[in-house]
Design a protein around this ligand. Structure first.
Ligand code: OFO
Length: 169
């Protein structure tokens, strides 16, 4: 049986994942309205992935006989100065999420809950990818700063992203 402390931490993490989904959706709406439809697509696909991250945690809690807690999801920032600001914020946000995941891994180890430790490791790996892809796009956006033609090229590249289940389900 999973401890109340660990189950609470996982419920909080599910909430953080759904907040991430909401944040990416708000960013996607901003990009869409600014006519960066490809970037809007990339962000929308990311929002879908975040929903899977959150749902997967809820399912894990149920499998372990725990009751997930469904708390309020705070409103995300909806307005941005430009595309560079969006990707810089994403990099900072994903680093923050990595910190949250690592704390859960620490707690699972401390409690010798190997099932939760094993479960959370997939999120540890996922965060490596999340930070890397956001960091790569942020760096490219910074490089092409004053060249709208290049930004539109990046927009069409990011428009090709398609949703795929991050856990391969
Ligand atoms: Fe769920 O990884 Fe991003 O936030």
């Amino acid at each position: 049986m999973i401890s109340e402390k660990l189950s609470g931490a996982l419920s909080d993490q599910a909430n953080a994942e759904f907040y991430s989904a909401y944040l990416y959706l708000a960013m996607s709406a901003y990009a869409d309205n600014a006519e960066f439809k490809g970037i809007a697509n990339w962000l929308y696909v990311q929002a879908l992935e975040e929903q899977v991250h959150g749902t997967h945690i809820i399912k894990h809690l149920l499998e372990r006989g725990a009751s997930p807690v469904f708390a309020d999801i705070k409103a995300p920032q909806a307005s941005y100065g430009n595309i560079a600001e969006i990707f810089d914020k994403i990099v900072a946000h994903e680093k923050h999420v990595t910190g949250l995941i690592n704390k859960i891994a620490d707690l699972a180890l401390e409690e010798k809950d190997h099932a939760t430790y094993n479960f959370i490791l997939s999120y540890v790996s996922e965060q490596i990818e999340e930070e890397a892809s956001a960091g790569e796009i942020a760096a490219r956006v910074r490089l092409i700063k004053d060249r709208p033609d290049q930004l539109y090229h990046l927009d069409s590249v990011l428009g090709a992203r398609q949703f795929k289940d991050p856990f391969g389900g």
